[in-house]
Unconditional design. Structure first.
Ligand code: FAD
Length: 811
């Protein structure tokens, strides 16, 4: 065997379909000095036994684009490489057995069509015609995607490997990588089993289910866990004389795949079996796990009722193979927060074949350009947290995630496993007040406060059971005063000789402000895309407090640390302080009863911060609001949170004080048009396009993204706008609903909520128009939004629907 070189531009660890796709796409970009190391043989991990389904529709536009690209790539690979892939465009059908599932499928069809994926609503006749023998008595309808297909995973991987080799990549089988070589938090190569160092500028981990353990040697956290994944293959079926589309019956947790005259029946059981708890065996190579008929039996019985021919057909193979699942069913992609130049693509949640083409392509572009080519936050590894790699967390969550792939994808659905990881100091107090918790970034957060007789979510696509409770909370925000537990918000302190210079460099807004001034700002990348959306308080000459959203904590921390390195200042995350929001027109009156300090709370101006005392508790009050009313965020030591909360509740009884949850906050911010990072704003939209131009300090000397902002010329072809459904039967929107102007698709909603103060179904939407999304263009067009295949008239405007001049907050 030829020895590998001891140096390369890029090293890839793992030769499954994903590693080979990364190699293929790197070389396609002209990065041909690539070494791929595979511990045993190409495809011997998970890839070899995949069912090979290739679907196109995912939960968001960019994920769908990537899956779509995979189908195009697989269709063309054989001609390019001379290696057959077995790819066939078979089409796929998904059936609904109940009204809510039909609603979900209609919403998916709406989204598919908006993303240029053909998706037709079908009835039982269509199903029977394409799938003779299937029982459709209880089928309410379904969707048909003619462009979906299936491929042979091994042949497709070999074609990708061949394409990569043809352009210069070298692939070494039987060559396990032992560990990474890291210097100053930057990867510089890998060590092979014999201890040899292979130096490299960039390294990619595509080690499938081995990836978590491999990375953990270096304290790099990749939260994924293997689970057993089952299918069976029958003897040839007499009725299977020609190709049939893939058939999914998610309500029965199964899919039916035509497999060369046989049926491959695959399962997505509600409670999965995690595997490999003591580590993934190093000798695993084209292995299968023991079958477990009892585990799949209930689904098999149901499938036999639905497709009775199964009862008379022998089973040729019961297959059980391991696949890696992540904590949110989305894969892990991108540069690791812990180590620079180290990239990952792993944790593919049983869609690694269909995702491999797109994931390989965008990762290769990311590595070439040093930035993602599109909004990839859905799968960005920076969304994960270290606690998610803990064994008990992963093991428990993995039991749930596999089944969720075929379960209903309800709006606001909460995980039932691995909860109560990060608790607010107010947790029990809020539960006692009726809080119904939702989980975000491991935090248990009050989403709404149940009325007597209610106790939890009852999920639906229509009016939710928490609607009235949320309305009650929003009315308290508008008329009286509401308390929000904001303990989940990460707080960072930037301190030291060059703290101001550091903040001036990172923030697009002016940071050289009076002590006690709060600044709302974005952190931009070199293209002026929004990397983060934060508030910063200058608390001393060279001390700043940064508060950001909870979901992007790790991403924001990474951005801050990496950019602060060049300045003489320290960055520290504050784990001891908690935040209570006091929002509403009576908030000042309430605080006046509790806080005393050098300046009366009544004197505290909008966007000013001041230290107070409540009895013996030090409280910093920041006057600002994300809900559009006069309001304050109180910063105080965690240990005093319960006491202050109780004082606020008791002192505010006559003012109508009410605890309020994140659904109410979301409803209020939607009415006010406040953007939410990760939904409305992201790293590929600029502040100007997002309507946040007011937060840019145009006169400031220099900050990241300034040059790109200056170069923005011409009409504003993309822009965030506000929309409200004007018809009386308004549905509840979620996001990604297409928006039409005079019948032509012009954009998608980015987030949505029912606005209780204006009593309307609202959304923020990103619209595109080559000649500019101007006020005239908006006012002259007839706009509609499509929800579940039905169009509704909408009012579209640049200004928000509630208090556009912000008079209520500033008075
Ligand atoms: C039963 C079943 C059915 C499935 N059906 C489908 C389907 O229909 N459609 C679909 O899209 N997906 C399907 N999947 C999922 C799909 O198979 C996987 O998502 C995909 O194969 C993952 O590819 P990968 O390259 O990430 O991992 P793998 O194929 O496991 O590749 C990782 C490779 O890395 C190597 N490696 C690990 N550590 C090292 C190291 N230290 N040094 C060198 N090499 C290393 C391993 O040997 C392995 O070959 C299915 C999975 C299962 C189990």
């Amino acid at each position: 065997m030829v020895n590998p070189p001891n140096q390369a531009d890029i090293v890839i660890i793992g030769g499954g379909i994903v590693g080979c796709s990364v190699a293929y796409h790197l070389t396609e970009l002209g990065l041909s000095d690539v070494l791929l190391f595979e511990r045993k043989q190409l495809t011997c991990g998970t890839t070899w036994h995949a069912a090979g389904l290739v679907g196109q529709l995912r939960a968001s536009q960019n994920m769908t684009r990537l899956a779509q690209y995979s189908t195009e790539l697989f269709a063309a690979l054989a001609a390019e490489t001379g290696q057959e892939t077995g790819y066939q465009a078979t089409g796929s059908m998904t059936l609904a057995l109940n009204a809510e599932r039909l609603e979900e499928l209609k919403r998916q069809a709406t989204m598919a069509n908006a993303f240029d994926v053909t998706c037709e609503l079908i009835g039982a006749d269509f199903v029977r015609e394409r799938w003779p023998g299937i029982d459709t008595d209880d089928v309410l309808g379904g969707v048909y995607l003619p462009g979906d297909g299936q491929t042979n995973p091994v042949d497709t991987t070999l074609a990708l490997a061949k394409g990569a080799r043809n352009r210069g990549a070298q692939i070494f089988e039987q060559t396990p990588v032992q560990r990474l070589a890291i210097e100053n938090r930057k990867v510089v190569g890998v060590y092979l089993e014999d201890g040899c160092l292979v130096r490299a500028r960039q390294v990619v981990i595509t080690g499938g289910m081995w990836s978590r353990e491999f990375a953990s040697q270096h304290d790099i956290h990749l939260p994924l866990h293997a689970a057993e994944h089952f299918y069976l293959v029958t003897e040839p079926l007499p009725s299977f004389t020609s190709m049939r589309p893939t058939l999914r019956v998610p309500d029965e947790q199964v899919y039916y795949k035509y497999d060369a005259g046989k049926l491959l029946l695959g399962f997505f059981e509600r409670q999965a079996k995690p595997w490999g708890m003591d580590g993934i065996p190093t000798d695993f190579c084209f292995d299968a796990l023991p079958d477990d008929l009892a585990h799949i039996e209930p689904m098999l019985e149901q499938a036999t009722r639905r497709f009775p021919e199964l009862a008379d057909t022998g089973i040729q193979l019961f297959f059980n193979g391991p696949e890696s699942f992540t904590v949110d069913d989305r894969y892990l992609l991108g540069e690791t927060p812990e180590v620079s130049n180290l990239f990952v693509a792993c944790g593919f949640n049983s869609i690694g074949i269909q995702s491999s083409g797109g994931a390989g392509k965008v990762l290769a572009e990311w590595m070439r350009d040093g930035k993602p080519p599109m909004d990839l936050w859905d799968v960005d590894v920076r969304r994960t947290f270290a606690f998610q790699t803990e064994a008990h967390f992963l093991r428990e969550r993995t039991q749930e995630t596999l089944g969720l792939l075929y379960a209903m994808h309800w709006p606001h659905q909460q995980y039932t496993t691995s909860r109560n990881v990060r608790l607010s100091p107010l947790h029990q107090t809020l539960l006692d007040q009726g809080a119904v918790m939702g989980e975000l970034a491991g935090w248990e957060r009050p989403n709404w406060y149940a009325f007597a007789g209610q106790d939890n979510y009852q999920y639906t696509y229509h009016k939710p059971n928490w609607f009235d409770a949320c309305q009650h909370e929003c009315m308290a925000v508008m008329n009286d005063v509401a308390l929000f537990d904001q303990s989940s918000y990460p707080i960072f302190w930037i301190d030291g000789e060059e703290a101001l210079a550091c903040m001036q460099h990172i923030c697009a807004n002016q940071m050289d402000v009076e002590i006690g001034q709060i600044v709302y700002t974005q952190w931009l990348n070199e293209d002026a895309g929004i990397e983060a959306d934060v508030t910063v308080t200058r608390t001393a000459e060279q001390t700043f407090m940064v508060v950001g959203p909870c979901a992007s904590e790790r991403r924001d921390a990474t951005w801050l640390h990496r950019h602060a390195e060049q300045f003489n200042c320290s960055v520290r995350q504050d784990q001891d302080t908690t935040i209570i929001g006091v929002m509403g027109p009576k908030s000042t009156a309430l605080l006046a009863r509790l806080l005393n300090g050098s300046e009366a709370i009544e004197q505290l101006a909008y966007y000013q911060s001041q230290q107070y005392k409540s009895a013996e508790i030090n409280v910093r009050a920041n006057r600002l609001s994300y809900v559009g009313e006069r309001g304050y965020e109180l910063y105080l030591p965690r240990k005093h949170a319960v006491s202050l909360w109780q004082q606020l509740m008791s002192n505010g009884a006559d003012l109508g004080v009410t605890p309020a949850g994140f659904h109410a906050m979301n409803a209020c911010r939607m009415e006010k048009g406040y953007r939410h990072w990760g939904h409305d704003i992201y790293d590929h939209i600029t502040p100007t396009q997002a309507g946040l131009g007011f937060a840019i300090a145009k006169q400031k000397d220099n900050f990241i993204g300034k040059a790109a902002l200056k170069n923005q010329r011409g009409p504003m072809t993309r822009r965030l706008v506000h929309l409200a459904i004007t018809s009386s039967n308004a549905p509840f929107m979620i996001h990604d609903e297409p928006v039409y102007r005079d019948g032509e698709a012009v954009g998608l909603t980015t987030s949505a909520a029912w606005g209780h103060r204006v009593d309307k179904s609202l959304a923020i939407a990103e619209l595109t128009h080559a000649q500019g999304v101007t006020r005239e263009w908006l006012s002259e067009g007839y706009f509609e939004v499509e929800v579940a295949l039905q169009r509704y008239p909408v009012r579209v405007q640049i200004a928000p629907f509630y208090d556009p001049k912000s008079a209520r907050m500033k008075d």
